[in-house]
Design a protein around this ligand. Structure first.
Ligand code: DGL
Length: 272
């Protein structure tokens, strides 16, 4: 009895692991922090190997496997894949291999389709996500009665990684990807890559106020919260909730990381 009580304490006070190919998953970390006020987080970014969106499934799975192994060595109680590409290409295999809960993230096609009044929505994501069988199934399930313009957007995540959130190159690239969607009369744009919320200003500027941008973070944070409650591992007290960052090629990416998460106090090289 005593043993299980102390095990439970250990599980509650363990951190939550979060991973992405790069810094985009920080958009999810913000939502997680807002929803899970007392948790500690360990965030891993594979910046030195990014982007993942144009890599093979085997490569993405191998990187996710290595990073999950590292997070487990940090004794995390749950892993959030703050990356649509990783979820599309690796989530099923990771869930088979690892015993802890793994929360994934999918483009929000369902809510966008249900609430679209123009019956046309856009989905901006990586090629890896758009071409995946998981995405195809998502469209089969929820893509009825609505026209969906799905666009793989190589280059956009790199704009975020280098800290170019609003510059002319970023704007030109976004304009190119959004033009067919504007022509189709979309009223919702699903941000199907966790990097894209950092480009919201430019995307909003191009599309105008009548198109709603649907960000992935809050829905994932709700799922993560429910999952922790479900396994009895939600942390209820913590005097100093922390985030630790492990970044592949940390030195090159610290400046942008600090722009996205100015309060980051612990930044280390990701050895995995
Ligand atoms: N942030 C990622 C996603 O949500 C991956 C971007 C990339 O590495 O290409 O898909």
């Amino acid at each position: 009895m005593e043993f299980s009580a102390s095990r439970q304490t250990l599980l509650c006070s363990s951190p939550v692991g979060v991973l992405d190919s790069g810094l985009g998953g920080i958009s999810v970390l913000k939502a997680l922090r807002a929803k899970l006020a007392f948790e500690d987080f360990v965030y891993c970014a594979d910046c030195g190997n990014a982007p993942w969106g144009d890599k093979t499934q085997a490569f993405v799975l191998e990187r996710c496997r290595a990073i999950c192994g590292f997070l487990i060595s940090m004794r995390v109680k749950m892993i959030v894949l703050a990356c649509n590409t990783a979820t599309a290409l690796a989530a099923d295999a990771l869930r088979n291999e690892f015993a802890l809960p793994i929360v994934g993230i999918e483009p929000a096609v369902k809510p966008a389709s249900v609430h679209s009044r123009s019956h046309a929505i856009g989905v901006l994501a990586t090629n890896g996500t758009i071409q995946s069988s998981r995405y195809r199934h998502l469209l089969e399930r929820f893509g009825h009665n609505v026209r969906i313009i799905s666009t793989g957007a190589p280059g956009l995540m790199e704009c975020v990684e280098k800290g170019d959130f609003t510059g002319p190159q970023t704007r030109a690239l976004a304009q190119k990807y959004l033009a067919p969607m504007q022509k189709a009369g979309i009223d919702k744009l699903v941000l199907g890559c966790t990097h894209y919320p950092f480009l919201s200003e430019v995307l909003r500027d191009i599309l105008g106020p009548e198109v709603e941008l649907i960000e992935p973070g809050p829905a994932v944070a709700n799922v993560a919260h429910a999952r922790l409650v479900n396994i009895n591992a939600l942390r209820m007290h913590n005097n100093s909730p922390k985030e630790k960052f492990f970044i592949k090629k940390a030195e090159e990416h610290t400046d942008v990381l600090l722009r996205l998460w100015p309060q980051a106090a612990s930044i280390d090289e990701l050895a995995a």
